[in-house]
Each structure stands twice: as C-alpha cells, then as structure tokens.
Ligand binder design. Structure first.
Ligand code: ATP
Ligand code: MG
Length: 635
C-alpha cells in the first residue's frame, strides 16, 4: 500500500494510526517511493525535543530541484509547469513548460555560480510575482545557496534588517513591480536598504517596469544579459538532507520577525505530501494559490509543493481588486483553475462587494477551494462556500505556520466532512495536543487549551537563523519536550480542531478564557458588520474587559451608533454569552494589518489600553495611517 495519498475517511484513519504507531516506517515509505535521491538515509529521524534538535532522513543526499524539475522531464517535459498571469489583464499570460523551466533555472544557476555564489551563501530575493522569482528561488536551491525571499512590499529598513540578520551576499531585485494601478520602485528601495548592508557584494536586476534606475558600477548588473550568455544545463549540487534550503521571516503579527530556517529533505517530503493530499491534485489540474512567494504559503504551495508533484501552478502578479473586484474569478475562468487557495482577508474584502462580481464568471472548473493565514469567520466561510465553491467544492481551512513548513491541520477534500471555522483533523504524521495552564495534556473531547505538537514532523523549521536559543525558548520551553504553536484551540465532540486565535491574545474576563476568533465571528455575523477585531484592556472589576474595533458595511454606516452597539452586544450575548459582551466599541474605517493581511492585535491592544508610546516593531505594518486614525478616534 502507498501512503502518499489518502482516498477516503477510512483510509485516513488507517494512515493516521500507522503514522502515530510507526512514524519512522510511515515517512520512510513515503520518502522512499516518491522522490529521487542520490543516497538514501541511515535513519529516518533523530531528535531531542528538549533541546530543539531535529534531523530527518539522516545522511541522505538529494537536490530538491532534481525532484521539482529534472525527474519530470521525461514524462512531463511539454506540460505547463507555471502559468504566469500578469498584473495587467491585457498583457498576455505566459505558459512555461517543465522543459523551459529546466532551461531557465539551469541558466540562472550558472549565472549565480559565475557571480561567485557558492553552496551555503545567502541570497536575498526581493522581486515581484514574476517568473524570475521562481527561477531565482529554484536556482539558489540548485546550487545549494540559501534563499531568503523578502516580500516586495517591505520598506527599505525592513529589507535591510533581513539582509543583515542573515548576512546575504547578493540581492536579486527588479527595476520595479506592478501591483494594481500602482508601481513600486523596488531597485531604489534596495539602494536605500543596502547602504547599511556591507555584506552585499552584488545586485542583479530584472527589467520589469522600465522605471528609471541608477546602477552602481561594480555592484549592480542587469540580469537578462547574464542569463542570455549562460549555458542551459547545470549539474545540481549534492545536498545533505539537513543542509539549509531557505530562511524565511515570519509575518511579524506578534513581534520581531524571526528568520526561520528550513532544511532540504524533510521540507521536500512534507511540502510534496501535504500538497498532494490537501488539494487532491490530479495530473491535468490547474492549481492557483494567490499568496505571494514572499510568504511561506507561496514557498510551499506555489513553488515547491506543486512542482514536486509535477503540477501546473499559477503565478499571479496582481491584486484581487484590479482592474475590478472580479479579477480572481476572471482568472479562474480564463485558466480553468481546479484548485484555488487564498486568505480570509481576501475573502472578506471581496465579500464586501456585490456578489455579481463572482457570478458573472464561470467557476465550474473549481474542485477544491482553500483558506489560510487566519481563522476564517463563519460568515466569510459561508460566502466562500456559496458563491465560490457553489456548495460543491469543499473548503480546506488549512492551519499551519511559517515554522511548520507545511499544512498541519486541515480537512482533506472529499475525505473529511467540513465544518465552518474548523480546521478539522491533523494530517497523518501530525500529533497535536492541547495543554492546560499547569502544563498537563488535556485528554478527551470538547476541551480548549494551548495547541502543541508532541512529535516531530519532516517539514518543521530547524532553528531561527543565528539564534538557536530563541528558537528553543520560543517553541520548546513553555511546554518542555513539545513544540508550542502559540495558538489556542478547541477540540469538539468528534475530535475536530478549531483554532481560537493566538494564546497571547486570549482575554481573561472575570476568570473566563475567551479566544478572539469565536467572538469576532459572532460580531461579524451582524448584518451591518464587515470586519472586527477584539482585544482586552484592564478593568477594575473584571480584571479585563473587551474592546471591539469594528468596520461597518456601507449598509451600517448611516445607522445610529448607540443602536448598533446594543444590537452587536445582543448578538454576542446570544451567540456566545453575556460574558463576552464588549465594554467599548469603536467604529473604524480599517484595521492595522501586516503586509500578509493579518490583523495586528498587539497595536490595537496598546490603543485600547490608552498607551500610545511604543507600538513595538511595526516594520511589517501595511497601513500606518489607519493606526493614526484609530488613535485619533480613541482620543
Ligand atoms: P509572527 O509569528 O511573526 O507573529 P505570523 O504568526 O502571523 O507572524 P505566519 O507563520 O505567517 O506568521 O502565520 C501563522 C499563524 O497564522 C498561525 O500561528 C495562526 O495564528 C494563523 N493561522 C494560519 N492559518 C490559520 C487557520 N487556517 N486558522 C486559524 N489561524 C490560522
Ligand atoms: Mg507566528
């Protein structure tokens, strides 16, 4: 029996039980049967969770790009690997075959080697969502350089901080990037950033917008002429299973971004396995994930996971609202997308618009639709299910983290019955546990606690770049011997998991533990509410009380504030209980978000407490102007 794909619920339980009873045998078989190795492992896994030391496929030798590209060439050489959909719908989409991808990556790998990049060197990639982003990421992996992709929306100081932290030798960027009706001057941001980065020796520049830029003699070069002069074949570097593959900084919702280090073999096996199962990918499917490759979702589920499975993956340069709110749906129709994977923030923003934007496009190609990044609230779930999935394409609500490398808890389509707001069941190989304040494991169902994972899985990050102590302290010390996710969860009567929000955001009101997600969920169900965020603030009697920041829909904008406040609280009372009523409500026009679209509650908490002095690290904040506005509204 192959363990690579789960086909039905009975098989899920079979695979799951096997993966818990005999994790080594389970992963050994998956790794052995589905990948190309130079040399197999001596041991499947070796670990000490107290010390945060984990190794998978010990002493195996492999190159991930041989698995993403070379091995497909015989059978899938002329199959489309990447569909590039440009920002401007009038610009023609590009179909890049596996043969072409091989040539491009080989040439790019040769360019990097000629420019002095060697195995182990760090390369910062700061590019828009264009094919060169895929080529350069894969070229790094080909020669064993460690890629550190920085989302091309970050400011110069955020780029500089990341380059310095990982000691990059090279930056690959472009003259600029298109995003909706804006262009971003990436090269000048890099110029500014690297003024303070002495480790940078070379800057390679892709031409995309034809923006006027300055090139510094001896440091900066246009990439294309170098690629044109390079040979289209390249011998891949032989990598140890535990050699670093990439560094990726977490989104920064909760504090200083951490440079998570992922290594080669375990990440490869885990991203491939999870992609195949979560999206039920079949040979001729077209798969589209709308994330940016600058986030872990893009690493694992735009590039590595799909390419490892020989899939066709869409790279979309644009934004959901350009040229209009129908863009996502138009692209699905145009490329006959079968699996679509996006974030709750995008779903909520599109659900605010008229649903005729969706209904005018033919979405009948869709088979599976997914969500990632934040809890998806019930109202958004139903909107997604009704208008996009048409109640026939299952929603996979996938819970995972930059640190986990791949999806950990999620329904499998056509296997696990879905339930709104529930990420449902762990993937085979994943052993979640809920812990109480006394650090005991909570047994049984219908319980809430801190979500931990008690056994290693292949995709887990191995360390924080340059700071193993912080890695150990952050993830392995709170509950010794277990990986602590930082998220809270509840387990329902059948064992399904629901993520209730970050443990740090849990508010204790009169002794009751309240997660943020279920309360926001209840608020968002009110017909006048578009989006909300709640935080706690100190209260003389209750210890803490709840403060709600609420964005109204257009329909609610003209209504009496007092009436709305009363209704919203009645709504919370009937959905959750009077204990969760909000003491203060502030109507706002937006919420502070990270560049990956997540609410930054820690800033709201400060505002609710009336402490405007220090908002901590705000380098990943997308919309500082909204913070100012909310502060003014509070005063
Ligand atoms: P930082 O760690 O720097 O604060 P971040 O946690 O936002 O940033 P990511 O690794 O991108 O960075 O996000 C992982 C987090 O996103 C999870 O820990 C969880 O809180 C949230 N999350 C992701 N997917 C889901 C989901 N399906 N349901 C609920 N929450 C989710
Ligand atoms: Mg996190």
């Amino acid at each position: 029996m192959s363990y690579y794909q789960v086909k039905n619920l009975e098989q899920y339980f079979k695979h799951y039980n096997k993966s818990i009873r005999e994790p080594r045998k389970f992963w050994d078989k998956i790794a052995d049967e589905n990948f190309t190795w130079y040399q197999k492992w001596d041991k499947v896994v070796e670990f000490d969770m107290q010390e945060a030391e984990v190794k998978w496929f010990v002493n195996a030798k492999v190159n991930i790009t041989k698995n993403c590209i070379d091995r497909h060439l015989a059978k899938r050489g002329e199959k489309t690997a990447i569909i590039f959909e440009p920002n401007d719908p009038k610009e023609e989409a590009k179909h890049i075959t596996y043969n072409q991808l091989y040539d491009e990556v080989a040439k790019m790998a040769n360019v990097l080697r000629e420019q002095g990049i060697k195995k182990g060197d760090r390369v910062c990639i700061y590019l828009p969502m264009i094919p060169e982003l895929a080529y350069t990421v894969l070229a790094c992996a080909r020669i064993g350089a460690v890629h550190s992709v920085v989302f091309a929306g970050f400011s110069a100081s955020a780029v500089a901080a990341r380059i310095t932290d990982s000691g990059c030798k090279m930056v690959i960027t472009s003259d600029g990037g298109f995003r909706g009706n804006k262009t971003i001057e990436l090269k000048s941001i890099v110029d500014e950033a690297i003024k303070t980065c002495p480790t940078i020796e070379t800057v390679l520049v892709v031409k995309r917008t034809n923006a006027e830029i300055t090139m510094k003699e001896g440091r900066d070069q246009w990439l294309q002429p170098l690629v044109d002069a390079a040979l289209p074949n390249n011998v891949a570097e032989i990598m140890d299973a535990e050699d670093p593959l990439f560094i990726l900084y977490t989104s920064g919702s909760t504090g200083k971004p951490k440079g998570m280090l992922h290594t080669t073999a375990g990440y490869m096996v885990y991203s491939a396995y999870t992609f195949k199962n979560i999206f039920a990918y079949e040979e001729n499917d077209v798969y589209w994930c709308t994330a940016d490759i600058g986030w872990i979702t893009g690493h694992s589920y735009i590039l590595y996971g799909p390419l490892l499975n020989g899939a066709t993956t869409v790279i979309f340069e644009g934004v959901p609202s350009y040229p209009d709110f129908g863009r996502f749906w138009e692209v699905i129709d145009k490329h006959k997308v079968n699996q679509f994977y996006t974030a709750p923030t995008a779903i909520r923003s599109l659900a605010k618009e008229n649903w005729s934007w969706v209904d005018k496009h033919d979405l009948s190609s869709l088979k599976v639709i997914g969500s990632v990044g934040e809890p998806i609230n019930e109202e958004a779930w139903h909107w997604y299910n009704d208008h996009v999935g048409k109640k026939k394409s299952p929603i996979v609500d996938t819970w995972w983290q930059t640190e986990t490398g791949g999806i950990m808890i999620s329904p499998l389509p056509f296997v696990t019955p879905t339930k709104p707001t529930y990420a449902t069941l762990p993937l085979p190989g994943v052993q979640p546990v809920l812990m109480d304040e006394k650090r005991n494991e909570i047994e049984g169902n219908q319980v809430v606690g801190s979500l931990c994972i008690k056994f290693p899985w292949p995709g887990m990050a191995r360390t924080i770049w340059g700071d193993h102590q912080r890695f150990k302290d952050t993830y392995f010390s709170t509950f010794p011997g277990k990986y602590f996710t930082g998220d809270g969860a509840l387990r329902d009567e059948v064992g399904y998991y629901r993520i209730t929000g970050r443990v740090d955001d849990v508010v204790i009101v009169s002794g009751h533990n309240l997660g943020t997600a279920p309360i926001e969920d209840a608020i968002n169900e009110h017909p006048a509410v578009a989006e909300s965020a709640i935080v706690g603030f100190p209260h003389d009697v209750k210890g803490n009380a709840l403060y709600g920041f609420i964005i109204l829909k257009e329909s609610g904008a003209g209504r009496m504030k007092e009436n709305l406040e009363k209704e919203i609280n009645e709504h919370i009372s009937s959905h959750i209980g009077p204990i969760a009523k909000l003491d203060k409500i502030q109507f706002v026009s937006g919420l502070p978000k990270t560049r990956s679209g997540k609410i930054m509650r820690r800033i709201l908490r400060k505002i609710a407490e009336g402490d405007f002095s220090n908002f901590g690290d705000t380098s990943t904040l997308l919309n500082p102007e909204i913070v100012e506005e909310i502060k003014q509204g509070k005063l």
